[in-house]
Design a protein around this ligand. Structure first.
Ligand code: 5AD
Ligand code: SF4
Length: 481
């Protein structure tokens, strides 16, 4: 890659944490003189930010890598970032030998150095890595420098250069960068805690993202204020388990941090995800009650309605404890919309256990769920349990669950008919001539507006709800006569 034509293409798989990591990776690459391009064909460097939460997600990545095998011959470099990179490590080079860079999410801080190595190897792969302009020889050659060890150059020949950054899961440092390239100018993510120490028996995250580490509440607030200055009005605080947040400076609890972000001038909506029921405190509901800017929506994954299965999943709460948290939310001043993640077909899940999950859906009255078939993952404790439920049965349970939830959502959404709610305008569906809006409860509310009315993306407008579907609402811009 010649210096004047450093281009990259990045595709992201998986959760919001990955989406936000990608924004930071893009910012970091741009700060290193790269230009993002919209197609693989135009790019010198092709990056995949990967997800390994379920086998399907992981296979998608390997299919993509196989598709692009020919790119290596075309002189492009391929890099695998994220959770599959962390999980599979150097094994990726065996399965996809044309890959040059493997970097786990905990090692992104080292990306600039890894890129320099990659570029140096591209210029002349058999030479020593050249010292960049401005770096003193002493510093650059110092073997104690972090980059000299990690990331490391595994192989170096003129055809294939392999650079790995995988060893940082124990770091206390979060991936904070001043170069975050946020994709949406109105709504932005802020990571408050990385990693997870919960070790639910099915979950690969503690192995791919490492131990929990929180950012100081002061640095989160500084970023929130900076974003507000740039015109952002909605902030979403991110973490695998935001309720485990512990301010390293000891200044604020998670609920206090939420409240403080909600008080930042210019911020109109604050969301947070994901919550873990074990650590979800009543103080969060109180904060939502006290601060209208904190959205009336909580994503509180239950995973199963059966206490027996919750125990086997090592979720650290039972059905009753979960329902207690739900009752706190139901006694809030505003109606809080509640969503969840559910796994069907966990090893040993009987029909009776599954029915308890179905009855929990009714009892809670969720406004949305993400439901998944259990997928055995490497390193996880539940891998030792036999994956006893046949795939066809998992599919049946999933279909039954989703159908039940569809009915619940239809009923719940119908209750909103006739209400006038404020939405943030997200865009326009030209073919339907409808604006796309989002309510504070995180529901999609599409609406029409009189032709002469100016509606701006990113603005907040009142919309009267006229139609309710299971997955969205439809309405009309409320025009004050
Ligand atoms: N199999 C199926 N679903 C899983 N999830 C996490 N690990 C697995 C697995 N091994 C689901 C959980 C989690 C969501 C992000 O993904 O429901 O909350
Ligand atoms: Fe995985 Fe459990 Fe941590 Fe969530 S809380 S990331 S499910 S280990």
């Amino acid at each position: 890659m010649a210096a004047q034509e450093k281009t990259f293409y990045l595709e992201t798989f998986g959760c919001q944490m990955n989406a936000h990591d990608s924004e930071k990776v893009v910012g970091t690459l741009i700060s290193q003189g790269y230009r993002q391009v919209p197609t693989v064909e135009e790019a010198g460097l092709v990056l995949y930010n990967t997800c390994s939460i379920r086998d399907k997600a992981e296979q998608k990545v390997f299919h993509r890598l196989a598709d692009y095998k020919k790119l290596h011959a075309a002189g492009k470099r391929l890099g695998v970032l994220g959770c599959v990179a962390q999980q599979e490590g150097e094994k990726i080079f065996e399965r996809a030998p044309h890959v040059s860079l493997v970097c786990g999410s905990a090692s992104y801080r080292n990306l600039p150095q890894m890129l320099m190595q990659l570029e140096a190897s591209t210029c002349n792969a058999t030479r020593e890595i050249p010292r960049p302009a401005g770096e003193s020889a002493g510093l650059w050659d110092d073997p104690t420098r972090e980059w000299a060890h990690n990331p490391r150059l595994a192989t170096r020949d003129s055809q294939l250069v392999r650079i790995t950054g995988l060893d940082d899961r124990e770091t206390d440092k979060c991936f904070e960068t001043e170069f975050t390239a946020r994709t949406n100018p109105h709504r932005g993510y802020i990571t408050i805690i990385e990693g997870c120490d919960k070790f639910c028996s099915y979950c690969v995250v503690p192995f791919t993202r490492g131990k929990e580490r929180s950012r100081t509440s002061d640095s989160v607030l500084a970023e929130a204020r900076h974003m507000a200055d740039l015109g952002y009005t909605e902030i979403q605080l991110l973490g695998q388990n935001v309720n485990s947040y512990r301010d390293p400076a000891g200044k604020r609890s998670f609920a206090e941090l939420l409240a403080a972000v909600g008080e930042v001038a210019g911020i109109r909506r604050v969301r947070f995800t994901t919550s873990h029921p074990r650590d979800f405190g009543r103080d969060i509901v109180k904060a939502i009650d006290a601060h209208p800017t904190l959205c009336d929506h909580v994503h509180l994954p239950v995973q199963s309605g059966s206490s027996r299965i919750l125990h086997a999943m090592q979720r650290l709460y039972d059905r009753d404890q979960y329902l207690e948290r739900i009752s706190w939310m139901k006694s809030a001043r505003r109606e809080i919309s509640i969503t969840s993640d559910i796994i069907v077909g966990f090893p040993g899940e009987t029909e009776g256990d599954f029915e308890q999950t179905l009855s929990l859906l009714e009892e809670v009255g969720y406004d949305g769920i993400f439901a998944f078939k259990y997928s055995p993952r490497p390193n996880t404790p539940s891998l030792k349990l036999d994956d006893t439920i046949p795939d066809a049965e998992k599919s049946r349970r999933l279909a039954v669950l989703l159908e039940k939830q569809r009915t619940i959502q239809q009923t719940r959404n119908r209750k909103q008919l006739g209400l006038t709610l404020e939405v943030m305008v997200e865009g326009k569906n030209e073919s339907r001539k409808q604006w796309i809006g989002r309510t504070s409860q995180n529901k999609t509310l599409n609406f029409t507006a009189p032709a002469q009315r100016d509606v701006e993306v990113g603005s907040y407008v009142p919309v009267r709800i006229t139609t309710a579907f299971p997955n969205s609402l439809v309405g009309e811009l409320w025009v004050n006569a």
